[in-house]
Structure formats: C-alpha cells, structure tokens
Write a protein that binds this ligand. Sequence first.
Ligand SMILES: Cc1ncc(COP(=O)(O)O)c(C=O)c1O
Length: 315
Amino acid sequence: MRDLDTFPRIRFGLLPTPIHKLENISRLLGTNVWIKRDDLIGVALGGNKVRKLEFLLADAKKQGAEIVFTTGGAQSNHAMLTAACASRIGLEPILILKKRGVTECKGNQLLEKLMGTEVRFMDTDSYDDIYEEMDRIGAARGRRYYKIPCGGSNALGSLGYVNCVREIAEQGQEFTHIICAEGSGGTHAGIALGARIFMPDTQVVGMMVDSDPFDEITPGIMREAAKLLELDIEIDNDKVLHRDVCGPGYAIASKEGNEAISLMAKNEGLFLDPVYTGKAFGGLIAMAREGAFKPEDNVLFLFSGGAGGLFAVEM
Ligand SMILES: Cc1ncc(COP(=O)(O)O)c(C=O)c1O
C-alpha cells in the first residue's frame, strides 16, 4: 500500500479532532455511544469537507490552479468550506450552485457573503450543466482552474477519511461500529476503506440523506481510492452497508431527524443539523432501538459539521 503521507496535502484541520463518550445518550440507548468531533476541525464552522479539501486543494496547487470551482445546493456546507480553505491559500473560489434550497442570505449563503465569495446560481438539476459552465467561465477568465466535484466526493477527496480512520485507530479506543452521514458518498467511502485497512473488525454504516444510488456510488469511490493507494483488495458492493434516512427528501427535515436533534441538544448540549447529522443520528437511534448494538458495544458517530445549515433550513 502506498503511504498516505506521500500524497500532497495541505494541513487545514486542527487534528486529531477529539473523541468523547456521550454519557447521557449512552444510558438512554443502552450501549456506549461516542462522538468524533469533526465539527471542531478548525475552519469556518467546521465539518467533514475540510479533510477532503486537504488533499484536493493540494492537488489544485500542484497543478498550478489559480481558480477553484465547486458546486452543490444553495446551502452546501462543502461549497462554503471550499471557499474558506481556498481563500486561505490564495486560490480564488468560484461557487456555481444549483438553485435548489434556501438561496437567501441565510446560513451558508451568509457565510459566503462575509467571505466575499463569488457565488452563481444555475437553475438546473444536472451537475453536468454546471461542470460545463465551470469550463466556460474558466476559459473566459483565461486563468488556470481546478474543478472539485459536488461534495468533494472523488477518490482523492475520500483519502481525507481514510486518513481519519487512521487517526481514530491511533487515538486508542476501539469501536465496534462507525456511523456517518452519506450525502455524496466520499466520507462513507473513505471511512469504509480506512476501516478495511486500519480497523478491520469495525462495522461502518452510511446513513443516506439523499436518494442517489449509493450502493453503486460509494463502492465505486472506494475502488478508485484503493487504486490510488495501490491496494489490492476486493470491494463487494453488498458489504458496504447503508441505511435510508432521507425521509421526505434531501434537505427537507424529517421527524426522526428532528427528534435526534432534540435528543442531542437536550442531553449533550450539541447541535446537529437537519440535513445531514440529525438524520444520520436518527438512523443510529433507530438501529439502537432495533437491537443492532449490544450493551458492551462501542459505537462511534461522526459529527461531520453542518452548523451553517441549522440556521437556514425550516424545522
Ligand atoms: C455536514 C455534512 N455531513 C455529512 C455530509 C456527507 O458527506 P459526503 O458528501 O461525503 O457523503 C455532508 C456533505 O455535504 C455534510 O455537509
């Protein structure tokens, strides 16, 4: 396997992020529930995308880019964090966002305004239209540009979460399960691949907050990332585990998600978001109620950020 440390990487995160036990929730759910605080990663309001951007923006720099494009919905945490990280290293971020969700100056839109980021909206459901628009604008500006896909979810970005599992393993506590939100697949792909390498006895479950075919997408990213790492392993789609927690639709609050947000707020003083982490934690609660965890299990929940969205989405 190629050593992760040989990939170009820009250190944006304050790593390692802490892991601690949720004592009250553990009592309520009858198992040991822990939380990995990637919300405290140290850029903007925190979040999982910083780990991916460490690899992606290093690649952009290496390729001599001056402009970085990315995309997502109007309240994309990924787009906001791309703007924050790119600006830090002197790259100009341009966000071309789908005109879907809350486009007013709230939540992540407000943060982008504060950063002075160039944000454009496209009234389309197709990311291909957006990637073409990036090429058109990039060519018109006559400067070198780098395109980061929606969610930073390609093989290189997912290495951020392979690296995160190495970090978790080095932090010393063993986990029977790791649970994360799955919105474009890269985080789950990185964790699932990282677990194969560094924590082979740990079961990873991605909580799907969107209705894309993650049973294909996530193992696909894992295979590409395994190639980057020069790893010779079989990835069986059926062994990459997911649970559908999308409810009424992507970025529309769900009853289970809202209950999870309240439970966490009341018992632990932490604020999950309605689009990703609330629904994902709702899935963890449902698994606990179904008896999926034994009392002696240690279940790690990835708090992947999302605070920006908490102030934009109706609950
Ligand atoms: C707060 C938060 N958690 C989880 C995710 C899901 O990560 P991924 O897109 O890698 O599946 C996202 C994605 O946008 C996010 O913003």
